[in-house]
Design a protein around this ligand. Structure first.
Ligand SMILES: CCC1=C(C)/C(=C/C2=NC(=C\c3[nH]c(/C=C4\NC(=O)[C@H](C)[C@H]4CC)c(C)c3CCC(=O)O)/C(CCC(=O)O)=C2C)NC1=O
Length: 169
């Protein structure tokens, strides 16, 4: 598992280069955004249960078929599995935010996920809607905490969305 710094070093080391201007710019922006990243992780951590619950309610309101007979989140067990998955996405998004790297998502979350979902009939589209709802809630909370530019929050949520939505080639 890599973060923004170890990825960069690995990249330069593989070609035996010193850290050039591009590398230093990348490092500067990573460190400049560090406080905001840590603050974001703190906010997510303090509100995780509420965020998941609220996002779940909103998802089932938008797509009520999910929790009706025949829906994938119908029955208490599957409903709970769905909210648990949302919680995974949120927790790993907070790790990726702190790391400044999406590597942890590839390694721990996304690998084999689409295959698992396809084999269990978990619908990808609504999962993506759930991830995007959480993104919105987190961004609102980040902005409410006074972090002016919340755009860095998008990255892990959009990354998971993109990966899940990719079509098989
Ligand atoms: C940390 C990385 C990680 C992820 C991401 C993960 C996902 C994951 N979700 C699963 C199931 C599931 N996932 C869902 C999720 C949903 N159903 C819906 O209709 C909604 C759209 C959606 C919620 C947003 C459901 C309902 C199941 C149970 C499906 C079943 O057993 O029939 C399963 C199958 C095994 C199990 O039930 O535990 C895995 C592996 N597991 C992991 O270890």
């Amino acid at each position: 598992m890599r973060d923004a710094v170890t990825s960069l070093i690995r990249n330069y080391d593989s070609t035996g280069r010193y850290l050039d201007r591009d590398a230093l710019d990348t490092l500067k922006s990573y460190f400049a955004s560090g406080t905001a990243r840590v603050q974001a992780a703190a906010i997510i951590n303090a509100n995780a249960a509420t965020i998941v619950k609220q996002a779940g309610s909103q998802l089932f309101e938008e797509i009520p078929e999910l929790i009706r007979p025949g829906g994938n989140a119908y029955t208490t067990r599957r409903y709970a599995a769905c909210l648990r998955d949302m919680d995974y996405y949120l927790r790993y998004a907070s790790y990726a935010l702190v790391a400044g790297s999406m590597d942890v998502l590839d390694e721990r979350v996304l690998q084999g996920l689409r295959e698992t979902y396809n084999s269990l009939g978990v619908p990808i589209g609504p999962t993506v809607v759930g991830i995007q709802i959480m993104k919105g809630i987190v961004k609102d909370q980040i902005e409410a905490a006074g972090i002016i530019d919340s755009s860095f929050i998008d990255q892990p949520f959009d990354y998971m969305t993109r990966d899940l939505s990719e079509q098989d080639v």
